[in-house]
Design a protein around this ligand. Structure first.
Ligand SMILES: Nc1nc2c(ncn2[C@@H]2O[C@H](COP(=O)(O)OP(=O)(O)O)[C@@H](O)[C@H]2O)c(=O)[nH]1
Ligand SMILES: [Mg+2]
Length: 259
């Protein structure tokens, strides 16, 4: 692929804990881009354990291997098979990258394995993402599921997890809080926007040492995951997609790939 074409391609990698909505968001945001922005989108599934997808994958890693096949063939349990699959992703990376480089859409949306930690903390994720950078501008969409948070400190922990992923992958990124359609109590969500409120909530939660740790991490969050980079969305109801698009576009432009 020539350099200019590569520079104009946005590769969005969806990452987040199991069940946070990677697959749903890849599908619904991709459809939204095609419908509303009239752009061509390609979809890539890198989850060998996926049962069902909500998009038509232009490349699907399950054509090469699946977690179930590896479990049967190598007599492994689900975790062992998953680890083996991450090694296989690396082994087959040329097939994956060649296939992505042949895609002709302006956007390539990449859905990643359910077990984020195995992808991010083993070699597969960082190596693949580093190679993807040769094919276009890679931006990670880090998904937080606020339904998994039940206290101010657990919200801090979730945001921090996104920062750890950033540290490991070294690429541009945006953090999204998904499933806002399902959140009954919006108080916790509002804390994200207001650092002072979050501080007060941590103090009054009286979680002792946990609150103290969370309080001392707030500055880091303010610096590396500022509220302006946290987008509240619903992958299911297509809420917040304009804002997500604007932020992604801004990152894309600031880095000099667009004028
Ligand atoms: N209410 C609600 N549920 C969602 C949303 N996004 C995903 N889900 C649900 O969360 C579950 C896990 O989603 P999935 O995309 O498979 O997560 P993944 O494991 O990160 O790929 C599914 O039951 C989805 O329907 C959302 O915005 N709102
Ligand atoms: Mg998935």
């Amino acid at each position: 692929m020539d350099k200019n074409a590569a520079n104009n391609k946005q590769l969005l990698v969806f990452l987040g804990p199991a069940g946070s909505g990677k697959t749903t968001l890849a599908g619904s945001y991709g459809n939204w881009l095609e419908k509303r922005m009239k752009v061509k989108v390609n979809f890539v599934n890198l989850d060998p354990g996926a049962e069902m997808l909500c998009y038509n994958a232009d490349f699907d890693v399950r054509k090469l291997f699946t977690v179930r096949e590896i479990m049967n063939k190598e007599r492994l349990g689900p975790n062992g098979a998953f680890i083996r699959c991450m090694d296989l992703i690396l082994k087959k990376k040329k097939i994956i990258l060649d296939s992505i480089s042949e895609m002709n859409g302006e956007y390539v949306l990449i859905d990643t394995p359910g077990q984020m930690e195995l992808f991010v903390f083993r070699k597969a994720g960082p190596e693949l993402i580093s190679e993807l950078r040769k094919l276009g501008h890679v931006i990670c969409v880090l998904i937080i599921d606020p339904l998994m948070t039940d206290s101010p400190s657990s919200l801090v922990a979730m945001i921090l997890l996104s920062l750890v992923v950033q540290l490991r992958l070294e690429v541009d990124n945006v953090i999204v809080l998904n499933k806002i359609d399902a959140i009954k109590n919006k108080t916790l969500l509002n804390l994200v926007e207001n650092r002072k409120k979050l501080e007060r909530a941590l103090v009054s939660a009286s979680e002792g040492l946990i609150s103290d740790i969370a309080l001392s991490l707030i500055d880091i969050i303010g610096e590396y995951a500022p509220a302006s980079r946290l987008v509240k969305i619903s992958a299911l109801k297509e809420i917040g997609f304009e804002e997500l698009y604007d932020i992604l576009h801004e990152i894309f432009c600031v880095c000099g790939d667009l004028t």
